[in-house]
Write a protein of this length. Structure first.
Length: 466
């Protein structure tokens, strides 16, 4: 009897210990200061000073070529990759540290599917504070490695006569930056255009035929998203767009890429416009902007495993927003869906939608993610009205940020239940997301039958119909 009680007591202690470790892992906070100094045209000095000893700084998805070529580390430091594929800046002997100073060169290439470290303009540069430190690792009691959040304060020092523009800040010193970071602009004030809702930075090379549309599109989507989701910006939306006539994508053609974070987004448009109709360029540019702005307004789910929902959701929100604003016809929306449907089928034979980017299929988050989100929104009340996706995001936003990040599947399932989706549909959607399908076309047909998406099968092809 005594041994039985002892076993129960030990089990309880172990369970409490595991719970305590799970709470500490990612919920603890490391504070500190980071000073970014623009030392000459293409060089930067990054000085870290933390309030406690740490054993690593997480810098985001692995960007080996960039780090190896453009970061000048002290001899005792190096970058290493963990099992999830993320880069960590650590000491080679794995010991702890509180201070670190590194020199970094401006990186002028696009780092695909990773946080952009720099946005380059002809009269300025933006540095992305996010990849300088997303999270930290400490060693608890010198025994257990724990990941903790960063709560950092930044100071910025520019070159002589160089202005520094930080989103919604009048100072360049001791600025608290939480979350994913800021794009901080160092450069010429002539490049900045301001309206009541927007701070816009454009290259002087940026095509004159597109400049006005960028500002008007930003303002229209700011108004629309405020109406649909509520106001989320603390001040003005900062938009940074640059242009390079040289193509950056593998096909050598026209493309747009970038990212959003903390009430701003940055993008780069590349490739010659000579052979492309201006209407197509404007449509693609608007879709890019609406997508990145969608990220700012939509509730962010999960740490890294919910990209299918975040990216697919932003795609659906942005394209339906374009329909609402008269920028895209409903037929064009279904053309967009079917393009992604066809594109995703090949990849779904190789990997599931749960975290395809970890296995080299990043685009599946957008293509398959969009179709899965559209099917999920169609399951609400048995229809696929365009307002369902906006309603779904409004309901998700009622959960705390911590719940959305730590328990995303629970938040989604609870939202679906509240919106009238039965358990059979919830389980079916979850199965589709988490399964590598031998026959993705059949899997899509079952998903569409379950959720109410109208479709046709013609030979070896499947199409969503209006």
């Amino acid at each position: 009897m005594k041994y039985k009680k002892l076993i129960i007591i030990v089990s309880v202690i172990v369970l409490l210990g595991c719970f305590a470790l799970s709470v500490l892992n990612g919920l603890g906070t490391v504070e500190g200061k980071v000073t970014i100094t623009h030392t000459d045209e293409d060089s930067w000095q990054i000085d870290y000073n933390f309030d406690q000893s740490i054993i690593g700084i997480m810098t985001g998805p692995e960007t080996k070529k960039y780090h190896d070529s453009y970061w000048d580390l002290p001899e005792s430091f190096h970058f290493t990759k963990d099992e999830s594929g993320y880069s960590w800046l650590k000491k080679k002997d794995k010991s702890s540290f509180k201070k670190l100073s590194v020199n970094v060169k401006t990186y002028k290439k696009v780092v695909l599917y990773a946080p952009q470290p720099f946005a380059n303009f002809d009269k300025g540069v933006s540095i992305n504070t996010g990849p300088l430190g997303f999270a930290s690792k400490i060693k608890l009691l010198e025994l257990v490695e724990m990941m903790h959040n960063f709560d950092l304060r930044y100071s910025f020092i520019g070159l002589k006569d160089e202005i520094i523009l930080i989103p919604n800040s009048d100072t360049t010193k001791d600025i608290a930056i939480k979350g994913s970071g800021y794009f901080v602009f160092f450069g010429n004030s002539d490049m900045i255009t301001e309206s009541e809702q927007v701070q816009l930075i454009l290259d002087t090379d940026f095509p004159s035929s597109l400049r006005g549309d960028i500002l008007s599109t930003t303002e229209k989507f700011t108004t629309l998203y405020n109406q649909e989701f509520g106001e989320v910006l603390d001040g003005k939306l900062m938009v940074q767009m640059s242009y390079d006539k040289s193509p950056r994508n593998e096909g050598g053609g026209f493309g747009i890429g970038g990212g959003a974070q903390n009430g701003q987004f940055s993008g780069i448009m590349t490739g010659s416009l000579d052979s492309i109709a201006i209407e197509k360029v404007i449509l693609k540019l608007r879709a890019f902007m609406a997508h990145e702005m969608g990220h700012i307004w939509q509730p962010h789910l999960g740490m890294d495993e919910m990209r299918w929902m975040n990216e697919g959701g932003a795609e659906i929100i942005s394209h339906l927003g374009m329909v609402k604003l008269g920028m895209l016809k409903e037929k064009g929306f279904y053309t967009f869906l079917n393009k992604y449907l066809i594109e995703s089928i090949k990849d779904l034979e190789k990997v599931s939608l749960e975290a395809p980017h970890r296995k080299g299929y990043e685009q599946l988050n957008y293509s398959g993610g969009s179709i899965a989100v559209w099917a999920a929104s169609a399951a609400i009340n048995g229809d696929n009205k365009s307002d369902n996706i906006f309603n779904m995001n409004r309901e998700l936003a009622k959960f705390s940020k911590d719940s959305l990040i730590r328990f995303p599947k629970y938040c989604i399932a609870s939202t679906f239940t509240k919106l009238g989706v039965n358990q059979e549909k919830i389980d079916g959607i979850d199965h589709f997301i988490n399964t590598k399908h031998k026959n993705p076309q059949d899997a899509y047909a079952k998903l569409f039958d379950l959720t109410g998406i109208k479709y046709e099968v013609k030979g070896d092809s499947i199409f969503i119909v209006e």
